[in-house]
Design a protein around this ligand. Structure first.
Ligand SMILES: [Fe+2]
Ligand SMILES: [Fe+2]
Length: 143
């Protein structure tokens, strides 16, 4: 059976793949490929963030009885990530390769740090605390 750690971590890897492919395409100024990969990334990232915000974090908060815990920090970082994604979409539409790549580097660091906190702390904690992880996983959307 898939664990929460495995399920959510594999969604991070899906997002990493299209993010990296978009970055390579922009650096090669292959705009149609960049747009395609960026579209995949944006879609997958949004599904993943919503899985966390609407299903995983509420389950964690309900069990832990702590509304000001780790999920609150994660939600704030999601806002930052969404803001950067919007700026990068604008850079891509303007075919501004340098601007895009600068933002891409910053977002990659932000996402790496964010994902590490989830994979090493939040997901394992949720996995341990939740009585029925299969139900939580089945109510989330696959990428
Ligand atoms: Fe997250
Ligand atoms: Fe995540």
């Amino acid at each position: 059976m898939t664990s929460i750690v495995e399920y959510m971590t594999s969604q991070h890897r899906f997002c990493d793949n299209s993010f990296a492919a978009a970055e390579i395409a922009v650096s090669e100024k292959n705009w149609s490929e960049a747009e395609k990969q960026w579209g995949v990334f944006r879609r997958d990232l949004e599904i993943h963030l919503i899985n966390e915000e609407e299903t995983l974090f509420p389950a964690f908060e309900q069990i832990s009885g702590n509304a000001a815990g780790p999920p609150a920090v994660m939600r704030m970082e999601h806002l930052q990530m969404r803001g950067m994604v919007e700026s990068m979409t604008e850079a891509l539409q303007a075919k501004a390769a340098d601007g895009y790549l600068n933002l891409s580097e910053t977002l990659m660091i932000l996402m790496q740090q964010h994902n590490m906190k989830e994979e090493q702390m939040l997901y394992p904690m949720t996995q341990q605390m939740l009585p029925d992880t299969a139900a939580v996983i089945s109510s989330m959307n696959d990428l």
